[in-house]
Every structure is written in C-alpha cells, then in structure tokens.
Ligand binder design. Sequence first.
Ligand code: FE2
Length: 208
Amino acid sequence: MSQQPGQMSVERATETLFPTVIQISQLSNATEFNKDLMQKVAKLRKETPNGRPDSWTSSVYTTLNTADQLHLMPEFAELASAIMGEANSFADTLNLAHNQYPLRIKDCWVNIYGPKDGQEMHLHTNSVISGSYYLKVPQGGSGIVLHSPFTDNMFEPPLAGINALNSGAAELPVEEGMFVLFRSWLKHSVRPSPVKQDRISISFNLMM
Ligand SMILES: [Fe+2]
C-alpha cells in the first residue's frame, strides 16, 4: 500500500488463474533403457511403412497411421508402464478423478525426425493428457514448441519484453530420457531439425 499527498491509497494484487501446466520428468537411468528401446524402434521401422498423414508437410517417419498401439506390444511394456506412471503423477497434480475414472493410453507411436524435418502446430483431440518420451536427441536438436491457447483469437499487443506471462509460444529444450506431458488441448510444434542426426520421440495420448 502506498499513499502520496492528495492521492487515494490502493491495495493491488495480481493472481494467476488457469495456468498452462507442463510436467517435465527426466529418467535417471535412461542409458540402458534407451539402448534397448532404440533396437526395438529400429526393428519396428524396418517392419512398418511410414504412417505419415497427408497433412504433414515434412518427410518425418512416423507410425501414427501404421502402428499406433505400441503400448500393447510386449516389447514396449516397460515404456507403457513408465508412461502410466508419468500420467498418473500429472493427474495427481491436476487433481483429476483418475482413481474413479482410470487413465488409459489411447495411442502411442514413434516419430523419427531426419534433417530439416519438423512438425506443424497441432493438438490432440479427444484426449485428456498427451505427451512424448525423448529417446534420441542429438546435440543442437529441436525441442518442443508450446503455443499459448490465447494467441489464436486475441490481438497480441506489442511487448516490451518476453516472459512466461505474455509470450505466445515457448520452445522447451528436450533431452534423452525426458518425458514431457501436457493437457491435450495445448498446441505444439517442432522446429525443422537443424542437425544431421535423427531425433526420435515416442508420443502418446491418454483418455479417462
Ligand atoms: Fe503432438
């Protein structure tokens, strides 16, 4: 509270409501886990044609339309269990009624980004929680760009500087062994890969 001669005193508070919550988790023992997963993904790629939707503009390899039930395959059971652990923890944070209405993985697929491959902005309809596990992230590889839900329909005022309260998008750096989870309404994209080596992620959606 401040008061100067001839002025009314003011009590002012700022509250943050409806924040965009992102859960970021790093596996501490990812090296062995990833080595094993890399072999399984290599085998899957050999046996599975590219399931890239026609609407995607880059030549990324994905099993989205050819093998999107990885969580049901015995070789990916450990990953599925880790995804469930992450999703339940996120649901605790969000205070979802997941004890009464359990979360289940709806789909789970692999994405391999070669040089210059990226992903346009999108969201995952008909799901509650979405996310990715980062299996291979080369030095200098793209992160994940998260887009504010407010930018679509609101004029963006000129900014004196960018921060978490005013920015329309933010690129979150990712690392091997990292899970990133968010609500499925959150739009996201991947910058065209600036490096030669493959960037490999396994993405998933969960429903209640
Ligand atoms: Fe996505």
